[in-house]
Design a protein around this ligand. Structure first.
Ligand code: UDP
Length: 328
């Protein structure tokens, strides 16, 4: 049986990847230190005979007995609020963590996909963002810990590919949403839906004219799966080019949830990108991939998930008492 190690397995994307690899007939070794992940996301797999969970911090030496065919390195804090709260762990998982994963891949002869991000483009001056664009990142800004860790991660991955001939894949993930997003991770979609469900006003940062392009998680997982099993070693953008302003997005959530709350405006976090939209030409040409799920449908499914949360989960709003959005 082919064996895959998925790091960050208890997170939003990691848990969906576990589901996909189980469904495809793999033995899944799931790893997470649970710093931002939640075992609830994997609870449905706990009795599966082909699934094992390892609570481990990948910045420490990773030991997996037996053969290993594939690795997907998805461990990382991934929302602005997380990497402002735990900046050093964010830097470590994208540097020491990926180094351990690459070393493990080399030792086992495994193919490895690493999760990169649209954040490597920073506050982009090219629109939409294609893979040849080098980006516009503030190394010392509050988001720099995430952006630079991910940029380093791409560099060391290419070095292992070029120097050791390792089979590597790099996916640049754009904004993604869906069931199992953490309600309180501070990102726009869970923030807005949580606010609607609690009967609070929706907090739009800045004037709401900044844009993002949101991809439904099932589409993203399909793109990642195809990339991992392709021959492409250059980075590939995977995301949905359907771009929307954050102000319009908040209005869509108001319409979806039927809340009678309104939008209130808060200061824009430092270095918040003004626009973001993937150019997915490469993914289309090489993987034959394009997103299939419209935002209206994806949002419906995501809202249905958030409606299943208990009142305790709904009210545990950890980001409220954490003042991350002050300007320096
Ligand atoms: N945002 C917002 N209100 C919130 C949370 C986020 O207006 O309660 C904005 C945020 O400033 C950014 C956009 O929504 O412009 C997307 O933010 P998110 O944190 O979801 O992702 P990222 O900035 O990493 O794309």
């Amino acid at each position: 049986m082919k064996r895959v190690l998925i790091t960050g397995a208890a997170g939003f994307l990691g848990s969906h990847l576990c589901d996909r690899f189980i469904a495809e007939g793999f033995q899944v070794e799931a790893m997470d230190n649970l710093i931002t992940g939640d075992l609830k996301n994997l609870a449905h797999l706990q009795d599966c005979p082909h699934f094992t969970f390892h609570q481990h911090d990948v910045t420490e030496y990773i030991n997996i007995d037996g053969h290993l065919d594939h690795i997907l390195h998805f461990a990382s804090p991934a929302s602005p609020i997380d990497y402002l709260k735990i900046p050093i762990q964010t830097l470590k998982v994208g540097s020491l963590g990926v180094h351990n994963c690459l070393g493990l891949a080399k030792h086992k002869g495994a193919r490895i996909t690493i999760a990169s991000t649209s954040e490597i483009y920073g506050d982009p001056q090219v629109h939409p963002q294609h893979e040849e664009y080098f980006g516009h990142v503030n190394t010392i800004g509050p988001r720099g810990v995430y952006d630079e860790a991910k940029r380093f991660q791409e560099s060391i991955t290419m070095a292992y590919h070029r120097y050791h001939g390792l089979e590597t894949r790099i996916v640049r993930i754009f904004n993604t949403y869906g069931p199992r997003m953490r309600l309180n991770d501070g990102r726009a979609l869970p923030a807005f839906i949580g606010q609607a469900l609690r009967g609070e006003d929706l907090t739009v940062f800045g004037d709401g004219r900044q844009t993002r392009s949101f991809c439904y998680v099932d589409d993203l997982v399909e793109g990642i799966y195809r990339l991992h099993f392709s021959d492409e070693t250059r980075p590939v953008n995977v995301g949905n080019p359907d771009e929307i302003t954050i102000g319009e997005f908040a209005e869509e959530i108001i319409a979806l949830t039927g809340t009678d709350q309104k939008v209130v405006y808060k200061p824009l976090p430092e270095n918040d990108p003004k626009q973001r939209r993937p150019d997915i030409t490469r993914a289309k040409e090489i993987l034959g991939w394009a997103p299939a799920i419209e935002r209206a449908e994806g949002l419906k499914r995501t809202y249905a998930y958030f409606q299943t949360l208990t009142p305790e989960e709904l009210n545990k709003s950890e980001h409220k008492d954490f003042q991350v959005f002050k300007r320096s």
